[in-house]
Design a protein around this ligand. Structure first.
Ligand code: 5RP
Length: 228
């Protein structure tokens, strides 16, 4: 029953119901993406045929454990649908992502898909990117001080992300370090363009002009769809 599901599960189920036979589906990373992977696996048990491509080691393991067929990214130049959560979403569907450490694959899938469905609850809706969380910026390890200086010159403040134990630095799947930066009153679209051009930056958490639909779980059983 849809009413027995929590908000993240409801919105994940809603997205899974939109997957059609023979689609190649990108799997996001995080708790909401995990619910989507579970819902997709249930649809497969009911007869759906699809292939998946994971955005992280964690989602690879999750999909494998549930028997979803997978392809690795290097065999693909395009996918049908990518489904993932986000940390913040503005009204124009700009996203902040990257509390995890797999921004590179996430952005590649977001760019390679025909449709990018973003699954959130009301707590993720913001008026400006950076309202709730710092902006994660993946940097080449040897470049972090130079990049930090450039970011500070742009008005940013921040530091290297510590690892989960607090006794070292967090490292992405690709061996990058992460700077978690705040920028007072800066325009996310301008920042996106600036960060894209900064040497030493591998990837960053602003996803602009990529989401095609945002599915929002509200307090009721309804899922609100905002499409482009
Ligand atoms: C990982 C992400 C996640 O999608 C984002 O952090 C949302 O996570 P959750 O679904 O657990 O709230 O961007 O890089």
């Amino acid at each position: 029953m849809l009413t027995e599901l929590n908000a993240k599960q409801r919105v994940a189920q809603h997205a899974a119901d939109l997957i059609e036979d023979d689609m190649v589906v990108g799997l996001g990373t995080g708790s909401t993406a995990n619910y989507f992977i579970e819902a997709l696996a249930k649809r497969q048990e009911m007869g759906l045929r699809c292939t998946t491509v994971a955005s992280s080691v964690v989602s690879t393991i999750k999909a494998k454990s549930l028997g979803l067929p997978q392809m690795s990214m290097e065999h693909l130049d395009h996918i049908d649908i990518y489904v993932d959560g986000a940390d913040e979403v503005t009204e124009d569907k700009t996203l902040l992502k990257g509390r995890g450490s797999d921004l590179v694959r996430e952005k590649l899938l977001a760019r390679a898909c025909d449709e990018f469905y973003v699954l959130v609850d009301q707590s993720k809706l913001v008026t400006r990117i950076g309202q709730l969380y710092p902006i994660p910026i993946e940097v080449m390890p040897f470049a972090w001080q130079m990049v930090l200086r450039d970011l500070e010159a742009l008005g940013g403040e921040g530091q290297l992300r510590p690892n989960a134990y607090g006794d070292g630095l967090a490292m992405t799947s690709h061996g990058s370090l992460v700077l978690d930066m705040t920028f007072e009153n800066s325009d996310a679209l301008v920042l996106d363009t600036t960060l894209n051009a900064l040497p030493g930056v591998v990837e960053h958490g602003i996803f602009a002009h990529l989401a095609t639909a945002v599915f929002i779980a509200d307090e009721s059983v309804d899922v609100i769809e905002q499409r482009r």
